[in-house]
Design a protein around this ligand. Structure first.
Ligand code: NIG
Ligand code: FE
Length: 395
């Protein structure tokens, strides 16, 4: 994860949305195909792969500002959830919102993601929690794919227990027998996700749900060990999950088995920061043990209202002791791995899709170092500009 294969004075040739050649400028510029190419001059700047934000709750209701204030005043995430805030308050807002409004908001968010350098984003459902509302969220995500960045859908049917059900087991049965088959038949999601934690679902319930999803062709991924580790890592390994996400509370004994597996450890420091907590996931121990680590925003109104991957990199470096190079890898190629898209996305190599960003820095380490500002000058998806910073103008 420390090897970025930087090309100083590099150039990249793009044709039909794909990278056809990359290397030192003096070689690439002299290629026959390069002579008729349009030139984008990025001299003095860093050009790198666009961020692959592999964990977001893209389509959601309004901001949860009362939760935010309550937390500042000292109430915990679970206390706030128990008194009418939390995931179920967003669920109520999502159920009553029109698809049009939700889509309009998510469209703006995708444009802002592109402005901040993301070229691909995963989008989870999970705020509808009944069949029509979950389908509404998944259809919106599908409609937004490519508008302007790529959207990869995950069915997070098992995010929380909705009020119509009193038993989590009965709800999981309902998801398995009723909702999952519809999602799979209509090809509305590539992945299935479940929240396995205190106040959410148990390992047994998560296991049942993920196995049923897998049988229908949806690949498993997990939220877990955010507040307490119920054994989510072992479960992720057992069901060959693509990724296990959060892990702030991971049992240290599970780090080695995770490192020896093919499961991505996706870390979400934005949620720790926003919740005002101090326990970040043990990125250093994971990486040192040989685990593959990805970084994502976890963009959602409850725990991580940021869509800025650059801020996530700053948090990863300052709070989780990841080196800038490790953070860049985690936010690009490893994010692509976490979505099973690494053969096409996540790095700048001949044959890959030309998803790249131009930054206003001369050294990539300035990206996390100079935090809280947007360094992205221009974002390209499949070789085409999809976001550009407006030039500063004088008054
Ligand atoms: O990833 N952990 C569960 N789900 C979200 C938060 C959802 C919410 O509070 O609205 C997360 O942090
Ligand atoms: Fe999440």
């Amino acid at each position: 994860m420390r090897d970025l294969s930087i090309i100083e004075g590099g150039a990249m040739l793009v044709e039909d949305g794909c990278i056809t050649n990359i290397g030192p400028a003096r070689r690439v510029e002299n290629l026959r195909e390069a002579r008729s190419a349009d030139e984008i001059d990025a001299s003095g700047r860093v050009v790198m792969p666009g961020f692959v934000d592999s964990h977001t709750h893209l389509v959601h209701g309004p901001a949860r500002l009362a939760d935010y204030e309550a937390r500042i005043e000292g109430r915990t995430y679970s206390e706030i959830a128990a008194s009418g805030g939390g995931i179920l308050s967003t669920m109520r807002a999502v159920r009553s919102a029109t698809a049009r409004r939700l889509e309009a908001n998510a469209r703006l968010d995708l444009a802002r993601m592109a402005e901040h350098g993301a070229t691909t984003a995963e989008a989870k459902s999970g705020y509808g929690l009944d069949e029509p509302s979950e389908l509404k969220l998944l259809k919106i995500a599908a409609a937004l794919d490519g508008q302007p960045i790529e959207v990869v859908s995950t069915f997070l049917g098992a995010h929380a227990l909705p009020p119509e059900f009193t038993s989590a087991d009965t709800f999981i049965d309902h998801l398995i027998s009723v909702v999952l088959p519809v999602v799979a038949k209509r090809r509305l999601a590539r992945f299935a996700d479940v929240y396995c934690d205190d106040g959410a679902f148990t390992v047994l319930q998560a296991h049942r749900y993920l196995l049923a999803a897998h049988r229908l062709g949806l690949l498993p991924r997990l939220h877990g060990a955010q507040h307490r580790d119920l054994g989510v890592t072992r479960l992720a390994i057992e069901v060959s999950a693509v990724s296990v996400d959060h892990l702030e509370a991971i049992n240290p004994c599970d780090i080695r088995p995770l490192a020896q597996s093919d499961v991505m450890a996706t870390l979400l420091p934005g949620s720790v920061f926003h919740l005002g907590l101090t326990r970040y996931a043990p990125a250093r121990a994971l990486i040192d043990a040989g685990a593959a680590v990805a970084l994502a925003t976890d963009y959602n109104p409850g725990t991580s209202p940021t869509l800025n991957m650059q801020m996530v990199l700053s948090l990863a470096c300052a709070q989780m002791h990841m080196l800038p190079a490790e953070a860049v890898v985690a936010a690009t190629i490893n994010g692509a791995c976490a979505l099973g898209l690494n053969s096409r996305l996540g790095s700048l190599e001949a044959g890959k899709q030309a998803d790249f960003i131009v930054l206003d820095v001369a050294d990539y380490r300035e990206l996390p170092y100079c935090f809280g500002v947007n360094h992205v000058v221009k974002t390209f998806k499949r070789g085409m500009p999809v976001a550009a910073r407006k030039e500063l103008f004088s008054l």
